[in-house]
Design a protein around this ligand. Structure first.
Ligand code: ADP
Length: 274
């Protein structure tokens, strides 16, 4: 009798032994645990299904509005203009989606070697805030930074910028007008179970927050709390997944604390020296 945990998948191969004339015939039984392989296959096919679905939506919009224009809507200038704007926006979305999918696939297959160099964190955070400044100003969102003086770390600056800008943009996106997005950077020790010094970056917003049940899943590819809202704000649902991979490439960790209506806090911890 063979006992095995039920959630695992076993492949059983029976290989007949060719017996010599006066010997026992036998069967060689080879058990192969293929659970991990199957899980990977399932994740891959789910990803392909998700990608196809995500790409189909903007393509259907472009096609539909172009068809309506061709069928006569072109004659009404106002209608034509608004349809063309939709076609333009959806093409942009497609572009962003394809860019993010390629980026994620490059990162996941580790085809991007990181270029480590010393980064002066105060200057770095100022630059990141400059990038999102106009986005925040449109919604009268106040940006605030608190970075300990003279903090440096070893990082791939472009990738680190991608992490910060993604989290800052989300903070701005999911915070109503007049809110606040704050970045705090400090040196800490020990909480990653390492003796090495580390840097903790905290990005806090006063926005809508994330329901408890969604918290464990928001770093998954294409996972959104509110699909319609994410779409209308131009989101691809891949940002946090890319962020998590980039943090891990820096040997760091990322976690989130959030409460609906109270805002969200993303905490990244990274080793100072790679
Ligand atoms: P998206 O492109 O949809 O923003 P992300 O991967 O960046 O995708 O984020 C996944 C989901 O997590 C978002 O759709 C949103 O529901 C939620 N989320 C991310 N950041 C925040 C935040 N700062 N406040 C509230 N919800 C957030």
């Amino acid at each position: 009798i063979f006992y095995y945990p039920s959630e695992r998948i076993l492949e059983i191969n029976l290989i007949p032994m060719s017996p010599a004339e006066d010997q026992w015939a036998g069967v060689l039984v080879v058990l192969h645990d293929i659970t991990a392989m199957r899980r990977l296959e399932r994740m891959r096919s789910e990803f392909v299904a998700n990608v196809s679905h995500e790409l189909k939506t903007p393509i259907a919009a472009v096609k539909g509005f172009a068809e309506t224009l061709l069928a006569g809507a072109l004659n009404d200038k106002e209608t034509a203009k608004s349809f063309l704007q939709i076609i333009f926006d959806e093409s942009e979305r497609l572009n962003r989606l394809i860019g993010d999918i390629l980026e994620l696939s490059k990162i996941e297959s580790k085809r991007i070697p990181l270029q480590f160099s010393p980064v002066h964190l105060q200057t770095f955070i100022e630059n990141c805030l400059n990038v999102v400044n106009s986005e925040a100003a449109k919604k009268s969102i106040e940006l605030e930074m608190r970075v300990d003086d003279d903090l440096y770390m070893e990082a791939d600056e472009d990738r680190l910028r991608q992490i910060l800008i993604n989290l800052l943009s989300n903070g701005i996106n999911y915070t109503p007008e007049g809110g606040k997005v704050k970045v705090k950077v400090e040196a800490t020790t020990g909480s990653m179970g390492l003796d090495k010094e580390q840097i903790r970056m905290t990005i806090t917003d006063t926005g809508m927050g994330i329901p408890k049940k969604d918290l464990p899943r928001i770093f998954e590819r294409f996972y959104r709390v509110d699909k319609a809202r994410s779409r209308s704000s131009g989101g691809t649902g891949l940002g946090l997944s890319i962020v998590k991979h980039l943090v891990e490439l820096h040997k760091g960790t990322i976690r989130v604390e959030s409460e609906v209506g109270m805002g969200s806090k993303f905490i990244i911890e990274l080793p100072v020296i790679h």
